[in-house]
Design a protein around this ligand. Sequence first.
Ligand SMILES: Cc1cc2nc3c(=O)[nH]c(=O)nc-3n(C[C@H](O)[C@H](O)[C@H](O)COP(=O)(O)O)c2cc1C
Length: 202
Amino acid sequence: MRKILFVDGCVRGRERSSTYQVARAFLEAFQKVNPQDQLEEVELLRQKPECFTGKEIELRDQLLREGRLDAPLFDLARQFAQADGILVAAPYWDLSFPALVKAYIENVSVCGITFGYGPEGQELGLCKAKKLLFVTTSGGAFPEEQRWLRGTGMDYWKALCWMFGIPDFDFLWVQGLDLEGNDRQALLRQGMEQAAQLGARW
Ligand SMILES: Cc1cc2nc3c(=O)[nH]c(=O)nc-3n(C[C@H](O)[C@H](O)[C@H](O)COP(=O)(O)O)c2cc1C
C-alpha cells in the first residue's frame, strides 16, 4: 500500500475551484486503478499553514538543535517526507500560485526531514516520494516560448523536487479558462479528461 498525499492549494474553496475539479478527476482515476493505496489530504484553506517570520524560524532552529523532529511544528514536513507520491493542486495566481502554497512550502522545507546535507556538504533529498504532479489552471493562455516567463510556479516545484530528492516531476496546466470567447466548461472538461488519463497510469 502506497501513501498518496494530496496538497490542496485551491484556496477559493473546493466548491468554486476549477483546479480542484481537475485534481479530483486525477484522483478518482488514480483511486479506481489503485484502490489499495491510501490517500491523505491537506486542505490549505482549512489548515492555513503559518508564514515564517523570525519567531517561527527561532522555534524551528531551537527544535532542530534539540533534535525534536517529532514536534508538531514539523507535522506537515514529516507527512510530506513519508508520502510515496504527491499531488499538488493550486490555481495560477500572479505567475505562480497563492501565498498559502508558499507558506506550506516553508513549513515542509525542514533540514533533517525533507532534505539535508551529506558529509561533504552536498545536498541530499530525504523524501520518500518517487513522483510529484503539480496541477494548475489559468485564466490566460500562453505560447510555449513564454514558458520560462509564465511557468515560474512549475519551475519552482520542479526545483523543490530536486531539493527534496523526488526524481519524477510532472505538471498539468489547463490554460485559457477566463479568456473571452473561450468555452470555460469545455476547456475544463478537456483538462479533467487529461487528468483522468494521467491518474489512471500514475
Ligand atoms: C488573485 C488572482 C490572480 C490571478 N492571476 C492570474 C495570472 O497572473 N494569470 C492568469 O492567466 N490568470 C490569473 N488568474 C485567473 C486564474 O488563474 C483562473 O481563473 C483559474 O482558473 C482559477 O482557478 P480556481 O478556480 O481553481 O481558483 C488569477 C486569479 C486570481 C483570483
